[in-house]
Design a protein around this ligand. Structure first.
Ligand SMILES: Cc1cc2nc3c(=O)[nH]c(=O)nc-3n(C[C@H](O)[C@H](O)[C@H](O)COP(=O)(O)OP(=O)(O)OC[C@H]3O[C@@H](n4cnc5c(N)ncnc54)[C@H](O)[C@@H]3O)c2cc1C
Length: 286
C-alpha cells in the first residue's frame, strides 16, 4: 500500500465524511505502525485520526472509558482501582512503538501477535463504532470475527470501555517471545474469581499461536469449581489438564514453529496465565 495524499481532519464528522467519500481508496490512520506489515502497492489516501481529540482515559461508573486514540504508553502509565491494562501495555513491543501505537489501531484490525485483543477477551468490555449512528458491541461480539469486518468506509472506533476487575479476582497475562520486543509466539490472559479456594469462574484466552485470538470455553468449564492451592498450580498435572482441554484447538505455528510446537508452547503459556490469575486471587502466601 502506498499513500498518494493525506487528509488532516480536526472533527469526527469531517473525518467520517472524508472516509465515506473516498470509499475503498481511503484509509484511516492512527499511529500508522501497522503500515510496515501491509504488503501490496495499491494507492490510498490516508485520513489521519490524530487531531480528533479521541485520546484519554476517563473513570466512568463501573470502569474506564479509553479513547481510541490513546497511546499504549499512556495505558502503561495509567493507574486506577481494578485497572490492569498497564500490565498488558508493559509487555507490548518497545517504548518507541508504545509511544506511537494507539489502542484503537491495536484492536480495529488485529494481527496474530496483537496484545490487547487477548486481554480484552477475558475482561468485560465494550467497543463503540461511530457510523451513521453509534454502535456499541460487547467484547465477545466484537472479537467473534476479525474486527475490521465490523467497519464500513467512514466507520471509526471511538472508545473502548473496560469494567474494573472485580474485588478479589485475579488477572494473569503472559506472552512468550524469543528476544526482547519480539512478536509473540503464544499469548495468554486469564481472570479467576474464587469462592474461598474454589474457582467460581475462569475466563481464559489465547493468541499468538492462532491467527486470531480466542477464548477457551472447554478449559473454563473444566476448571470451574476446582479447588486451587498455590503449589498445585505449578504441577505437571495442571499443565496436562490444560493440554487436554485445548486438544481440539487448531494451533498454527509460524516463524519456524510447527503447529504441534505452537500448541505445546501455548498450553504452557495458558497454564502460566491461569496460575498467575489464581495466585493473585488467592492473595497472600498459603
Ligand atoms: C516493530 C513493531 C512491533 C510491534 N509489536 C507489537 C506487539 O508485540 N504487540 C502488539 O499488540 N502490537 C505490536 N505492534 C503494533 C501492532 O502491530 C499495530 O501496528 C498497532 O497496534 C496499530 O496501532 P496504530 O495506532 O499504529 O494503528 P494504525 O497502524 O494507524 O492502524 C491499524 C489499523 O486500524 C485501523 N484503525 C486505526 N484506528 C482506527 C479507528 N479509530 N477506527 C477505525 N479503524 C482504525 C487502520 O485503518 C488500520 O487498518 C508492533 C508494531 C511494530 C512496528
Amino acid at each position: 500500500m502506498r499513500f498518494t495524499d493525506f487528509k488532516l481532519p480536526t472533527r469526527l464528522d469531517e473525518a467520517r465524511a472524508a472516509l465515506k467519500e473516498l470509499g475503498g481508496s481511503g484509509f484511516p490512520v492512527a499511529g500508522a505502525t501497522s503500515l510496515v506489515f501491509r504488503g501490496g502497492s495499491d494507492a490510498r489516501v490516508a485520513v489521519d485520526l490524530g487531531r480528533l481529540g479521541l485520546e484519554g482515559i476517563e473513570e466512568v461508573p463501573g470502569g474506564y472509558k479509553i479513547g481510541s486514540g490513546t497511546r499504549i504508553a499512556d495505558i502503561q502509565e495509567f493507574r486506577g482501582q481494578g485497572w490492569m491494562l498497564h500490565r498488558v501495555a508493559k509487555l507490548f513491543s518497545t517504548q518507541q512503538v508504545r509511544n506511537i501505537s494507539s489502542i484503537g489501531g491495536n484492536v480495529a484490525s488485529t494481527f496474530r501477535w496483537s496484545d490487547f485483543p487477548v486481554a480484552f477477551l477475558v475482561l468485560d468490555c465494550e467497543f463503540a463504532i461511530q457510523g451513521d449512528s453509534e454502535r456499541v458491541l460487547a467484547g465477545p461480539d466484537y472479537f467473534a470475527k476479525q474486527p475490521r469486518a465490523h467497519f464500513s468506509p467512514g466507520d471509526i472506533l471511538t472508545w473502548v470501555k473496560v469494567e474494573r476487575l472485580p474485588e478479589g479476582a485475579g488477572f494473569g497475562y503472559r506472552k512468550e517471545i524469543r528476544t526482547h520486543a519480539d512478536f509473540s509466539l503464544a499469548t495468554a490472559a486469564a481472570v479467576v474469581e474464587l469462592d474461598g479456594t474454589r474457582i467460581r469462574s475462569l475466563r481464559a484466552a489465547v493468541g499468538g499461536a492462532l491467527p486470531i485470538a480466542a477464548r477457551l470455553p472447554k478449559l473454563e468449564k473444566r476448571l470451574a469449581g476446582r479447588t486451587v492451592r498455590r503449589s498445585s498450580l505449578a504441577e505437571d498435572a495442571f499443565l496436562k489438564e490444560v493440554q487436554e482441554a485445548c486438544a481440539d484447538v487448531k494451533w498454527r505455528g509460524h516463524t519456524g514453529m510447527s503447529d504441534e510446537y505452537a500448541g505445546t508452547l501455548a498450553a504452557a503459556t495458558i497454564r502460566d496465565a491461569v496460575a498467575d490469575a489464581a495466585a493473585e486471587a488467592l492473595g497472600g502466601e498459603e
